[in-house]
Structures are given as C-alpha cells and as structure tokens.
Design a protein around this ligand. Structure first.
Ligand SMILES: Cc1cc2nc3c(=O)[nH]c(=O)nc-3n(C[C@H](O)[C@H](O)[C@H](O)COP(=O)(O)OP(=O)(O)OC[C@H]3O[C@@H](n4cnc5c(N)ncnc54)[C@H](O)[C@@H]3O)c2cc1C
Length: 526
C-alpha cells in the first residue's frame, strides 16, 4: 500500500530497497542527511562521472549514444519513484532534471505554500489571541525574512532529499539539463545523446502567462518568483480566483498587506458548487480581501511603478491599483520545448500529452505521467500515475486512471476538502440522489475553537446508497474528507459510515449525523 505523505511520496514496498524507514518523506529526508552526502557535482561533472560509472557508451558514427533500458524525463512526483522501481527491477535507467529536483510541489508548489499558510495562520491566530483570553502586549509584527527562511529550510530538506535519493540509487544515472526528444527512442540532454526502449515523461507544468494587454509593461510575480519574496507587498493584486490565487491571497492578507483578487468569471473557484464559491468568498472578504468578479477583459498598466489592473478594458472606475501583481490564471504543460514532434507524440490543443487509461502515449514505449498529461493536476494524482505505470509494467495489475476518485484540497483557512462529484455534476447526471448538509456552526469542535465558518455537504445515490461526492469546508476539512473518500473506495453504502461510532469531539463525528438527515436532491434543495 502506498504511503502518500508530504513532499514526494515513497512507496513502502519490499522490492524498493532504497525506500527505507517509513512512508514519511520528511523523516526520510532528515534521516538521509546522516548518510554520506550526495556528491555536490556541477552538471557536467555529474554527467561525466555518472556516464563513466554506469552507462555503456556505444560509438555511433557521429557521436556517442548512451544506451539505457529506460529514461525518465523530469523529477516531479512520479519520476523519482518510478526510477526507483525501474532500477529495482534491474533496468539501467537515466533520469534527466533541468532545474530543481522534486519539481513543482517540492520547490514552488505545495510544500512552500503550506509553510506560508502555517506562518499566515500563526499571525491570524495571534491577532485573535484576545478572543481566547490570551493577551499579547504590543502589536503583531511580521518578520518576512524569517517567514521566507523557514519556508526555504523546509524546501531545502525536501529538495536535497530527492537529489540525494537519486544520487544514491544504484543502476541510475542522473543528468542535469534540459531533455529533448531527438527521435523515437532518443533524448538529448546537454551534449549527450541517450537512447532507451522505454521513456517516461514527467515534466510537469508551469504558470500560464496570458496574452494580457499591458503585461509586458509591468513586473509580475508567479507562483515560482513569489518564492523569492522576503518583504510584505503593500497591496498585492492577484489575478486568478482559483486554488493557487486564493491561497496566496489569504496568506499575504494575513501577513498584513492589502490584497485584491480579480476573477474573470462570476464566481471564485468556478469548478466547485455555487454555495462553496459563495462561502469561500465570504471567508476571504471577512478577512478584508477585496474580491472583484466579472472582470470580463483584464488589462494592466504601469502607473508610476504601481500596477493598475483595469477590469473591463475600458476607461472607468473598474480598476484596481496595487504595488505588486501575482498571476495565477492556470498552468501550462512543459511540452513546448520537448521535441515531441521528433518522436511523433501527440498533444491536445492546450499542449497536454494525450495518454490512454494506463498513461501510454500514442507512441509505443513512451508514457506520460503527472500534470503534463492533463489527467490530474495534483501531487497525489502524479504519484498515482507512477503507481499505475509500475503496476501495469511489473505487477500484472491493470490499474487505470479511471479507477481513481477525484479528491483535492484548497488550503485556505479553513480548508476545503473535496471528493467525488460536485452537487452540480450529480444534478447534471440526472440520477436520483440524496443530499445532506450541515453548517460548521453546528459542529461542537468548531464552536469550541471559535472557528465556525463553512459547511459540510454529502451526496448519495438514492438507489445504490453509495456516496457520490462530498465537500467539507471547515476546520480540518482536508483531513476529515478522507473518511468519506475511503468509504467510496471501499465501494460500500453510506450506511456503513452512518452506523460507525466516531470520537467526540471531532468534526468527523458529525458525518454520521449528517448522513442520518439526507433529503431528496430536488430543485428546492439547490
Ligand atoms: C503554488 C502551487 C501550490 C500547489 N499546491 C498543491 C497542493 O497543495 N496539493 C497538491 O496535490 N498539488 C498542489 N500543487 C500542484 C502540484 O505541485 C503538481 O500537481 C505536482 O507538482 C505535479 O507533479 P509532476 O510530477 O507533474 O511534475 P512537476 O512537479 O511539475 O515536476 C516536473 C519536473 O520536470 C522538470 N522538467 C520539465 N521539463 C524538463 C525537460 N525538458 N527536461 C528535464 N526536466 C524537465 C522540471 O524542472 C520539474 O522539476 C500546487 C501547485 C502550485 C503551483
């Protein structure tokens, strides 16, 4: 069973001899620091040494081709684990990484943002201290350099952990550089040409930069460049009202800056239900974040060093002027400079590599895992992609992408945990369904903590009694929702969880109560 924890998931498997200790990646990363450190080689040295050590070089007429059984391009959330499995299965493997070991999640995504969420929550709770009878003499100050240093340290441990892990993996050669296909089975990295029958692409995605009027005239931040910020932006303007944008919006508001969110559509997080969008907006506005919806045509301009964002592309009052601009308007797959055309690998109109249910591309012997295949977009889905590929290749286990149940969390505070279908999706499906909803203000744990914002909602198939989906927006929502997710994976009726005795006082204990009060999903219950 895979243990999915923290930065990079590690599968606790007998056959994975490098994957020691436990499934806890942070623990693993910390412990590996006691081992012989990874050689701190520059990319050329690393390639040279690795090649003479491990790769069998064959002299081609033009140049050396380094032959492997498998090549993994990218060290995101699936590549390193798959490399581990490939090498354990006796395959001579090359891994290519162009930038930061561990990829987005470790370096500029989940891990650093959640350290910032933690700092922001500390500031928020410190400001609320009096509500709990805790008196702080003096004002609450942020030391943004310390916030960043804490974040950097957590990231460093994970990033170095991945690098060390790969460095010490036997039968593996690590190349640092940008990999590009040169043909069906050949990939170039720096001056080296590699060849393998099996190639696995895990190159991820990056912040999408829209073709927005005026953007070339202003400085802007992305989820990557904001990681270097060690000061408090006086007024952060966030363009994008979905998961990434909202996390940063609340973080910087809680740090003490003014924050405006600009959303093109009529509501925030538009893939979620309307009541969820409305509640999230209320939570953010309660903290003083300014939310601008229906920004039908956004343009930006430099106004004396400030950034002015016009919301309608017309002159008029609908504009926001701030000190800094963060773009959070989606992700773009890293496929534009991958030489896919040389291997004949198909992408869709947005550049995502097209794969089948077992993550095979249209070219035999080439797989695409993680964000680049457009089938997931999360750390857990990328890691699951590795599991699917490994199970099909080595375990005679036909795992598929469509086996997995959607799950995600939005890490504002309180968090939003989501599994399965939304209410809107259930309605659209036309099936007979039941719905249960409970405000967090009814949950005693939430009241005890004076954190009663949000609600829980669950949808059940009226005929099979199986749970179709759930939303928990409230304290612990990201964790609590797993009790529902596991019941869905167990494929048993909701009555199993309804009859369970849960611990008091928890948020989870109210799930059986909510299930005991299901109503028909009708127009009126919308
Ligand atoms: C701000 C932010 C917060 C997030 N928070 C969460 C969260 O809380 N939970 C969650 O589940 N997900 C979160 N995500 C999403 C998550 O980070 C990604 O889904 C996940 O990292 C995808 O992993 P991946 O395996 O597809 O590749 P990535 O992690 O993107 O890694 C790809 C790697 O490939 C390398 N690469 C790219 N092209 C080449 C090339 N040509 N040659 C060699 N190397 C190459 C890159 O340098 C990179 O290291 C967040 C994302 C962002 C941006």
């Amino acid at each position: 069973m895979a243990v999915a924890l923290n930065a990079l998931h590690i599968k606790a498997s007998d056959s994975c001899k490098n994957q020691v200790i436990s499934g806890n990646w942070t623990l693993w990363a910390v412990l590996t620091r006691g081992r012989p450190a990874a050689r701190n080689l520059n990319s050329n040295e690393r390639s040279r040494n690795s090649i003479s050590d491990a790769a069998s070089a064959v002299k081609d007429e033009q140049e050396m081709i380094h032959k492997y059984d498998a090549i993994v391009i990218g060290t995101g959330q699936s590549g390193p684990s798959l490399a581990q499995r490939l090498t354990t299965e006796g395959m001579k493997t090359a891994v290519i990484e162009r930038k930061l070991f561990g990829g987005t999640c470790v370096n500029v995504g989940c891990i650093p943002t959640k350290t910032l969420v933690a700092s922001a929550r500390s500031a928020y709770m410190a400001r609320r201290a009096e509500d709990f009878g805790v008196m702080i003499n003096g004002s609450i100050q942020m030391d943004m350099k310390r916030v960043k240093a804490r974040k950097d340290e957590v990231v460093r441990q994970s990033n170095e952990g991945v690098a060390n892990w790969l460095e010490n993996m036997s039968n593996l050669t690590v190349y640092e550089g940008h990999g590009r296909f040169e043909g069906l089975h050949t990939v170039r990295v720096n001056d080296e040409l590699l060849e393998a029958d099996k190639i696995f692409i895990d190159v991820g995605a990056r912040a999408f930069i829209p073709d927005m009027p005026g953007l070339s005239e202003v400085n802007y931040l992305t989820n990557s460049s904001i990681m270097a910020v060690d000061f408090l932006p006086e007024h952060l303007v966030v363009i994008g009202g979905s998961y990434i944008g909202l996390e940063f919006a609340q973080i910087y508001r809680r740090f003490g800056g003014r924050v405006s969110v600009i959303q093109r559509g009529e509501r925030l997080i538009p893939r979620d239900d309307e009541d969820v969008s409305a509640a999230v907006k209320e939570i953010l506005e309660n903290e003083g974040i300014e939310v601008h919806l229906n920004a039908t045509c956004i343009a930006v301009e430099n106004r004396g060093g400030q950034v002015a964002a016009k919301l309608d592309c017309e002159t008029g009052p609908r504009e926001v002027v701030g000190s800094h601009l963060l773009l959070a308007v989606g992700r773009h797959p890293n496929t534009d400079d991958l030489g896919l055309e040389k291997a004949g690998i198909e992408t869709n109109s947005r550049g995502f590599i097209m794969v089948d249910d077992q993550l095979r591309t249209n070219v035999p012997g080439i797989w695409a895992m993680g964000d680049v295949n457009g089938r997931g977009g999360f750390t857990h889905t990328s890691y699951n992609d590795y599991e699917i590929v490994a199970a099909n290749l080595f375990d005679n286990d036909p795992r598929r992408v469509t086996d997995r149940i959607f799950c995600s969390a939005l890490y504002i505070d309180p968090p939003l945990g989501r599994v399965g279908k939304t209410e809107r999706e259930v309605r659209k499906s036309g099936r007979k369904a039941l719905i249960g909803k409970m405000m967090m203000s009814r949950v005693s744990r939430a009241r005890e903590r004076s954190e009663t914002q949000g609600f829980m909602k669950i949808l059940v198939d009226a005929e099979t009694k199986k749970i179709l989906g759930a939303t928990i927006l409230g304290i612990g929502g990201d964790e609590v929702v797993h009790s529902i997710l596991d019941i869905m994976y167990a494929d048993v009726p909701y009555t199993v969880i309804q009859r369970a005795v849960h611990i008091h006082p928890t948020v989870t204990e109210l799930i059986p109560t909510m299930l005991g009060d299901l109503k028909q999903l009708t127009e009126a219950s919308a």
